[in-house]
Every structure is written in C-alpha cells, then in structure tokens.
Write a protein that binds this ligand. Structure first.
Ligand code: CTP
Length: 409
C-alpha cells in the first residue's frame, strides 16, 4: 500500500499558505487491510477511513461513476488496482489534483503546478461534471484566491455554465450547498463568489432573488453605483473588509431583495422594499436551511435597515418599536450585528466607502437609554402582568425622549 498527501494540503503548501487539514489517498489497499490496521470507516459503503491516532482522512484511491442525480446517486469504485493517476483525474481542479509522497515528491499528471503559477482554476477532466457542488467550490476558491490573482479558466466556466443550465444544481442538498456558501462568504473577497456564480448562470439557479438585483437601478443621490446588484456586491465586500461574522455577511447579501420586485415603472424608487423583501429572504433562508441566527438577522436587517439609516430622525416611539423588535434587552449582540450590517450597507456604495456612520453610536446610545429603565421601582409601585409591561414601555419611551433631546449628534 502506498500513501500520498493530496488535495488542499499539497496546493496550500505550494502556495505558501498554512495547511490546516490533510487528506490522504491510499493506493493498492483493500478495505479489509485498512480495518486490520486500525483505521475507522467513515461510512458503510464509502471508501474513506479515519486514522486511529491523527483522525485525518484516508481515502482509498477510487474512480467514480455517476448513476443518478445528486450526491446520493454516486457509486464508488475503489479497488487496489485503481492507480493514483486514475484517482486524481476525477478530482475537481488541477490545483487540487496533485499528490505528494512522504519525501515530498510531487505527482502532478494534470499540471496543477503550472496552473498555480498561471493563477488558473481549471477543471481536470470532464469528470468534473460528476458533482455539481463543484460549481460552488470553484466559485469559493475564486473568492479565496482572488487576491492572489486567480481566475476561472474560460473552459471551466463554460462547463460550470452547462452544469448550471442542466438543472443539476437543484439536486444539491441544502446542507452541502450551505457549507459551501457559508465558507465562501467568510473568505476575504466573498463578492467574487457571487460574481463567479453569476457569470456561469448558477446564481440564477441557486438564488434567483439575488440574481434579479442586477440591472435594477436605484436613485443616484444615495447610490452612486446605481445598480442594486453592484451595490449588494460592494456591501459584501465591505463586510469582509471589516471582518464581520457570517450572520452579518448573510444579512448583507439578502438585505435588498425586495428591490428585485419593484415594477419597472417605479424605478429607481423602491417604495416599501424592506417589507416586500421579507418573503424572498425567508425563501432563501429556508432553501439553504441557514442556521437560525443567520435567518433571524437577515430578516431583521431586511425589514429595518432603512430605520437604521434614518435613526437620527426617528421619533422616540419609532425608536422604541425598533428596540422592542430586536428584543435588545435580552439580545444585545444581535442588535450590534444589525448595526454592523447597516453600516456595511451605508458604506457599500461607490465613493462612500470611507463615510462615517454616526447612526451606529446613536442607536447604541438609544439602546443603553432604554435598557437603563429599572423594573424594580415599577414592581414596588404594584405593577403586574400586562400593566407592568405597559409601564416599562412608558418609562423606556421617556428615557428615549430624554436621550433624543440631549444626545449630541
Ligand atoms: N474534491 C473533489 N470534488 C469535491 C470535493 C473534493 O474533487 N466535490 C477533492 C479535491 O481534490 C480536494 C480534495 O478532494 O482538494 C479535498 O477536498 P476538501 O477537503 O473538501 O477541500 P480542499 O481542497 O482540501 O480545500 P479546503 O482548503 O477548502 O478545505
């Protein structure tokens, strides 16, 4: 049996990037031999094992044939006769299809090293099409390595287009797609992920609600970039630049979906887009089974981002409603993330990237004022049940009125 390091570990070492997890391929072995050596099988019919000590993944060299739609439809053919080259040819990208033995001797039959130097994301062979998830993977790698100058090879983009048009992306499970989407959003240039998906027609398949934003104009006074799709990409770019967490990045991507529903005759205005967009945000959230905190924040940012931009003009009663909607008393972190997403929205506009956003501190101050209302004195006055709730609200409103009068913004 011969064991090689493969995939990301080889690629990232050659790129001079830190290697986090290592995948191994085992040539010339059977399942029985692996079990006898103490490796633990990952799944019943899946020729992947975990090392008894390191826990790293060891896969038997395999070829894959497709028997149906989607991931569940794969059949694996793993046997001791499968060669390293046969295994590598069915991998996604040439830069991921290199192997290294324990002496760091490189096996690179599909010229991954050449493509690393040429900064090209290129598929290895037509077997790329065996797994439609690779469309998302390539877009994710494009986002990750954009700063290094990587682009998708034109023929690979064409193959991604064919895969997208074939409808195969619809067969991907929510879990697999979300894993790629969430990882891509956390890259340094997440906007490139969306751009690449759009360029190959996958965005229309996966998130038609986001795709629909391209070509929709907004008023130039507030949006010098005009196009809503371009704005969304800039907001995402700002979110990455400011190292925002996944919840904020997801909310940034979806905050303006309602603008895609505006009838053309109303352009470039988008009356009530915040509210109209909610059903679209909900649909995208559910399609990918996004985690609850991402879902919630996206809906709240969608509904209230304009409130944040207009924070300094809001009446105390509207401010109070906003704070109540966020349950800012028990969920201060979520309110902070809301403010962050709105700030990214304000900065994701052409030429306005450096603008200040006093609304952020103003809203924080309002939250502090409302939160400072003590419940104990109201209890002592004998308030109970719904009346207590009303009394707390009245006191909070008073606190917000005083805040609005005294805050110097
Ligand atoms: N692979 C593939 N097709 C997929 C998933 C994985 O061909 N749909 C192959 C690639 O050769 C890849 C390797 O399996 O390099 C390991 O996959 P994975 O650990 O998911 O990705 P990495 O390439 O290691 O990248 P990352 O740094 O994103 O983890």
């Amino acid at each position: 049996m011969r064991i090689y390091k493969v995939g990301g570990a080889v690629r990232d070492r050659l790129l001079g990037k830190p290697v986090t997890d290592i995948d191994w391929v085992v040539v010339g072995a059977t399942t029985e031999e692996m079990l006898a050596k103490g490796f633990r099988p990952v799944g019943l019919d899946f020729p992947v094992f975990l090392h008894p000590k390191s826990g790293e993944e060891y896969a038997l060299a395999r070829t894959e044939r497709k028997s149906g739609r989607g991931y569940g439809g794969f059949t694996f053919h793993a046997s001791p006769e499968v060669t390293l080259e046969e295994d590598l040819i069915r991998r996604d990208l040439t830069i991921n299809a290199m192997a290294e033995d324990d002496q760091q001797n490189l096996t690179d039959p599909y010229h991954g090293q050449r493509d690393l130097e040429a900064r090209l994301l290129r598929h290895v062979s037509p077997a790329f099409a065996e797994d439609p998830l690779r469309v998302l993977r390539v877009a994710r790698f494009a986002a990750r390595y954009a700063a290094l100058g990587f682009t998708v090879a034109p023929k690979t983009l064409e193959l991604m287009r064919q895969l997208s048009e074939s409808g195969e992306l619809q067969a991907l499970t929510a879990e697999r797609s979300w894993k790629e989407i969430s990882r891509a959003l956390m890259e340094d240039q997440p906007q490139v992920f969306i751009e690449v998906l759009r360029a190959c027609g996958a965005l229309k398949e996966l998130m038609p609600e986001v795709d629909a934003l391209f070509g929709v104009p907004q008023p130039q006074a507030h949006h010098p970039e005009i196009d809503t799709g371009a704005h969304t990409l800039s907001v995402l770019e700002q979110a990455a630049r400011h190292k925002q967490p996944l919840t904020v990045r997801w909310a940034c991507l979806l905050h303006d979906l309602g603008k895609g529903l505006t009838p053309e005759e109303e352009w470039p205005r988008h009356i009530a887009h915040e509210f109209k967009g909610l059903k679209l945000i909900k649909a995208v959230n559910e399609r990918f089974k996004a985690p609850k905190d991402c879902q919630e924040l996206a809906l709240l940012v969608g509904e209230y981002h304009t409130h944040s931009h207009r924070a300094l003009e809001l009446k105390p009663s509207t401010l109070l409603e906003l704070l109540q909607s966020f349950d800012v008393y028990r969920r201060p972190q979520r309110f902070e993330e809301f403010i962050a997403a709105c700030e990214m929205d304000a900065r994701g506009r052409k030429g306005l990237e450096q603008r200040s956003y006093p609304q952020a501190d103003y809203l924080r101050g309002a939250a502090t004022a409302a939160r400072s209302v003590a419940v104990q004195p109201l209890l002592e006055k004998g308030f109970k049940g719904p009346e207590l709730g009303e009394a707390i609200k009245r006191e909070r409103l008073k606190a917000l009125k005083a805040y609005k009068e005294t805050a110097s913004f």
